[in-house]
Design a protein around this ligand. Sequence first.
Ligand SMILES: Nc1ncnc2c1ncn2[C@@H]1O[C@H](COP(=O)(O)OP(=O)(O)OP(=O)(O)O)[C@@H](O)[C@H]1O
Ligand code: SF4
Ligand SMILES: [Mg+2]
Length: 326
Amino acid sequence: MALLEVQDLRVSFDTPDGTVRAVRGLSFSVDRGQTLAVVGESGSGKSVATQTITGLTRGAQISGTAYFEGTDLISADAATLRRLRGAEIGMIFQDPLSSLHPHYRIGWQIVEMIQAHDHEISKRAARRRAADLLTLVGIPRAAERIDDYPHQFSGGMRQRVMIAMAMALDPALLIADEPTTALDVTVQAQVLNVMRRLQEEFGTAIILITHDLGVVAEMSDEVIVMYAGAMMERAPRRDIFYRNHHPYTQGLLASLPAQSGKRLTPIAGSPPSLINLPKGCPFAARCPHVFDRCRVETPPATDVQGDPRHQSACWLDHNVTEAVAS
Ligand SMILES: Nc1ncnc2c1ncn2[C@@H]1O[C@H](COP(=O)(O)OP(=O)(O)OP(=O)(O)O)[C@@H](O)[C@H]1O
Ligand code: SF4
Ligand SMILES: [Mg+2]
């Protein structure tokens, strides 16, 4: 059984303008030790989906299931979720300052976190573990820097501290929401390396949310492409890059700046309103292959070339894939 199995997750928010359907029928699973990348333009529901799983969306209407080691996170009570968050599911976000308290020394924060979940451990042992973790994520002179405050670290170093904190209790799953977006390219590569090393050492599964297909290429085993709250395509990494099916996936790849010799071509237009979604395929207004049926019926996610690991929600022939690189 997969470590995390999400089925038909739906999340909406009532607002004065109407109901925002942020996540619409999302299903996916993550295996132990594997990295699942979630990609898609801004507003596609990546953060709402993962925050909902960890009980962090307030005031939302939620349905579906998310089984994590036998517990349905969607129907779990607040105390269960609090226990799982941190101990079993670690989280890191784009901005470490939003998760690190500015007024407390980072060592103290990590020790608090360890002791909140492990009532047996002594302060001394927890502090030693915190220093070890900081060394592990590559903080130089960790034994001294453990008493520094968050603002005394650079952006990249702060992100390493966040990773140390998220990994402090050896969680089975790490959710990383744009962990390197705010960092420059060199620092980004270093931080990704740290994540990968820890993953190998602890066998952690990772859900990695990113805008950056370069990061996807480097880090992921499997990829979900989201658009307007729904999954457009899901496949093992290689298939996303070389045997993709969905026109939206192809659009994202064509807008990837790193493609050698090719000019960056952003997808024209913008995503639909999540309050008044059009009938049919949500991508229809921007799709170069759109045809009549697309505007009437919503395509369900179905297997591509008979492979259940590769699914696409598009009416185009599922026996044909398109290598964008060609
Ligand atoms: N509390 C809320 N109330 C109303 N709408 C919300 C709320 N939280 C999120 N949304 C809406 O849900 C949609 C999905 O947001 P989400 O943050 O998941 O996008 P995202 O894919 O993570 O985007 P980004 O790449 O910019 O982080 C957006 O349209 C957003 O405005
Ligand atoms: S269903 Fe139609 S509009 Fe939607 S992605 Fe496929 S071809 Fe394009
Ligand atoms: Mg987000």
